[in-house]
Design a protein around this ligand. Sequence first.
Ligand code: VG1
Ligand code: CO
Length: 565
Amino acid sequence: MTIETISCTPFDDQKPGTSGLRKSVRQFQTAHYLQSYVQAMFDTLNQIKADNNPQASLEMPADTDNAHSDRTLILGGDGRYFNREAIQIILGMAAANGIDQVLVGKDGILSTPAASHLIRKHQALAGIILSASHNPGGPEGDFGIKLNISNGGPAPEAVTNAIFSRSKAITAYQRVSGPLVPLHQIGSHTLGRLQILVIDPVSDYAALMAELFDFNKISALIRTPGFSLRFDAMHAVTGPYAKQILERELGAAPGSVMRAEPLTDFGGGHPDPNQAHAKDLMALLYAPEKVDFGAASDGDGDRNMILGHRFFVTPSDSLAIMAANAPLIPAYRRGISGVARSMPTSQAADKVAEKLGINHYETPTGWKFFGNLLDDDRITLCGEESFGSSSNHVREKDGLWAVLFWLNLLAERRASVADIVRSHWTEYGRHYYSRHDYEAIPLASAEAVMAQLRAQFAPLKEAGELVGKPLKTVDDFSYTDPVDGTVSPQQGIRIIFSDGSRIVFRLSGTGTQGATLRVYLEKYEADVERHDLDVQEALAELIQLADQVGRISQLTGLTRATVIT
Ligand code: VG1
Ligand code: CO
């Protein structure tokens, strides 16, 4: 089979965001658009040496002969519209770009955590995950492409920056043409010198979960008369995983997994597991008829929402509770080395780490910043306020893992979700927390909010007060990776008050329309008598302050956030 070289004009807008390149499906369908980006990824991978140190290797000249000897690639996606077409295109390009073997999920399906596990298990060169995560799908929706490196984690900034630079110079790409690879059945195929294995997307992941958790105990809990659970797969990728693990292996009643079939448009919804987008699940958990445990995951299976009967667990609290209870779970029996959270995530996990005397880190938003800490065993658990948590078992956040962690915890503690959270608050205090998003606003207004904040606090404050409230510091968060020294500046404005309350402002890096301003609000309450307030009421003073200091309504014309979680 011959390698064809197709000429194209370089694109200048292929800059990866917080988690891969996300654009509308329409844009990805533009002639040569996907191909140009994939070629930029292959060219960049070809520069990464077998020493597994992308940072250093990117400075070296390209030397494909010395690259990873076994050039295996893991490939799959969340099943959204354009997933299968994109997989066929990428297979043809892999065959022309020196890849020896591709493992692709049946029907083009692989959740993000499952792909991360497969990369590690097969010591693959990399993984390509086709997903725009929680963004809506369908012909009018979004598409996305993530690159994960050989540790199983999202490509770090050195790599994504290199891909972007390369994409701006792509004037041709290589491919091998052949018949379409039948993705609907497990089997092996060849395309030129490339071997393609269509694999079961679920089994390896399910086996890993069975190693980490006490499946017997969880199963006994689930089978206890009167106990009921619901898992909302949101017509996205976790459906087949949850059916296999929760229903077939652990014995949850058939139908416990709702919206289990992956659909190319996610049934028209946002596959985003939060109170705003998982309305049916929320209604079930808040209905008079008792459902003990509820959970949901997102488009690509890396996020989770945890609910008890009439009870919502904030992702920040979830991380802290996992850290505090880790030794109850088989995989973490011997304790954890440390915990990391993204900067906007509440400080609840820090309190636990301080008490346990273990490491704790604050990183910029995005899973790529946890990779080095996990590889270096400085942390075992990590999480983000955006419904993401995970451990060192993979290098991605992992939705079903979090669900199983909570089920294992319920089985060990024999307490309700609400009781577990309340007893945690009693011991550590409660961090009232909410995120207010102003979605799809004009880029100019969003940038104006950030620019005036930066101007207002330049030079950044060390003390003083803000509208009468004593301040600890205000800064523009900058992170220095403790393992490789990479500096990531300007990650968001942090206003930290003397009482520990915080307001954080940053712009989203995953949207595809206009800009999204995120405002994160956090208030610490030690007094048990005050642990039952309405969250928005408890945060009212900070919400008002955020609008005043951020001049949000003035600059965006919005008097209220579009999504509140
Ligand atoms: C959002 C979240 C962030 C998360 C990222 C990718 O990014 O805030 O915490 O890591 O999505 O998650 P941003 O830049 O829009 O705030 V996923 O599940 O979309 O891959
Ligand atoms: Co996701």
